[in-house]
Design a protein around this ligand. Structure first.
Ligand SMILES: [Zn+2]
Length: 143
């Protein structure tokens, strides 16, 4: 298999793989649950099967991996040098699908929040989550 990651990225990804409990979407779910939010997981009835669905707040949350969903400007998103065309195709079609799903969800009246995997690293986790919490509460009040 082609090695598509820089060493830095690889060790980041490996650290995720080795600890099942710290899957990014699990980190977000645990935090929300501990803060009194109740949600559904991976609702397949909704476009894009959002990672977290909070009906009370009319909000869905996607927890996106920086590589697979092309987090632009992020140090964890780097175009692979090997099989460049394959990856370009793959990643761009992921992005196109994301955009389509967000549009469909918006049409159904959902607010969409996106959390990037890099924003859940130890040093930024609490800031990211308190922003998310504030957004949720705002969505719950205004709708
Ligand atoms: Zn990122």
């Amino acid at each position: 298999m082609a090695d598509v990651h820089t060493p830095k990225q690889r060790s980041y990804n490996m650290s995720r793989i080795h600890n099942k409990d710290t899957k990014p979407e699990e980190l977000v779910r645990k935090y929300l649950f501990a803060h009194g939010f109740r949600y559904r997981k991976n609702d397949s009835k909704l476009p894009g099967k959002p990672d977290i669905v909070l009906p009370k707040y009319k909000t869905v949350i996607f927890v996106n991996g920086c590589f697979w969903h092309k987090h632009e400007g992020c140090k964890y998103f780097v175009w692979p040098k090997n099989n460049a065309d394959f990856w370009k195709n793959k990643i761009e079609s992921n992005v196109a699908r994301d955009i389509k799903n967000y549009q469909l969800l918006q049409n159904l009246g959902w607010n969409i929040l996106t959390v990037w995997e890099c924003e859940l690293k130890k040093e930024s986790f609490s800031k990211t989550m308190s922003c998310l919490e504030q957004q949720l509460i705002k969505n719950g009040v205004t709708k």
